[in-house]
Write a new protein. Structure first.
Length: 281
DNA sequence: GCAATTACCTGAGGGC
DNA sequence: TGCCCTCAGGTAATTG
């Protein structure tokens, strides 16, 4: 599923292929895809018609396209299986096509395709340049607005486990299950480590690890493990970046050779090295 | 107010 | 062949 590096690849594609173009038609093929757009499909389509896409922006895993005419944007979250495809308007409709935008220039459609329907799109007001529904989430660690000190202080105030805090959007956004495991491995931290026991230097190390693993994936255009994800041009955005722990159950840790363990965590999986990442007492 | 848990959703893959 | 179960997991909503 798309995590931050993959979403950034999509954003770049949107900036290249969609920005500057005027929307002619908007078609909602599945109501669930716009479930967070309260006024409904008819209003959604009417409000998009005639608007020009200004640019493509991102915070964490949220994408949005600011529109001409008002402080408003078309916002999207890809969920687990969402794709934004730029395809020939005459191309056959995808099986899981949810929303389709046509443009006045007669060029390629922008299509929102989503098998598992965890993703969604909506029209929303921009407040200081950020969509109103996501004003409560923290900036992601690659934004200039990200405040390392606020993250550190906030983490030490929390009374929870470190991985929960990483996945929670309130202190840092854009970190999903895969990169949380990868960053914790790099920083030699067990996922259940209580946040209030982390020292400032250790938090700095963790933050550097988060940026390292996501930055490396970003430099290569994303990571590779799920064929559902396709980037804005309809081609795989994933590359063969080897993951150190995620999905590597029973395979040797590259640092010490100990078999990687898989543990149940929040109704999903957590992968770690039993030697490098000691469970807190 | 904060932390923890659950709901949402579809298709792949395994067991029988 | 086909049915049932498990798994994948980000976020909002709900519960504690």
């Amino acid at each position: 599923m798309p995590e931050l590096p993959e979403v950034e690849v999509v954003r770049r594609g949107l900036a290249q292929w969609v920005a500057g173009r005027e929307i002619a038609t908007a078609e909602v093929l599945h109501p669930r895809a716009i479930r967070r757009h309260v006024p409904g499909a008819t209003e959604f389509a009417a409000r998009l018609k005639g608007r020009t896409v200004i640019s493509a922006e991102r915070r964490g895993k949220y994408l949005w396209l600011p529109l001409s005419g008002a402080e408003e944007a078309l916002m999207a979250h890809l969920g687990m299986s969402g794709q934004l495809l730029v395809v020939d308007p005459h191309a056959p409709l995808e099986k899981h096509l949810r929303v389709r935008l046509g443009f006045t220039d007669g060029g390629p459609d922008l299509r929102f395709v989503d098998q598992r329907t965890f993703g969604h799109v909506m029209l929303t007001a921009l407040v200081d340049g950020v969509p109103e529904p996501i004003s409560h989430i923290a900036p992601d660690p690659f934004e200039e607005a990200f405040d390392d000190e606020a993250f550190t202080a906030g983490l030490r105030r929390k009374r929870t486990e470190i991985k929960r805090a990483l996945l929670d959007q309130s202190l840092i956004s854009g970190v999903g299950n895969i990169y949380a495991d990868e960053a914790l491995w790099l920083a030699r931290l067990h996922w259940a480590r209580p946040t209030q026991t982390l020292t400032r230097p250790k938090i700095a190390e963790l933050l550097a690890a988060v940026r390292e693993v996501m930055g490396a994936a970003l430099a290569q255009g994303g990571t590779s493990f799920d064929s559902l994800y396709v980037n804005v041009n309809g081609e795989s955005g994933y590359f063969d970046r080897s993951l150190e722990v995620y999905g590597r159950r029973d395979q040797p840790c590259s640092r010490c050779g100990t078999p990687i363990r898989r543990e149940a965590f929040m109704n999903r999986s957590s992968y770690s090295c039993p030697t490098c990442q000691r469970r807190p007492r």
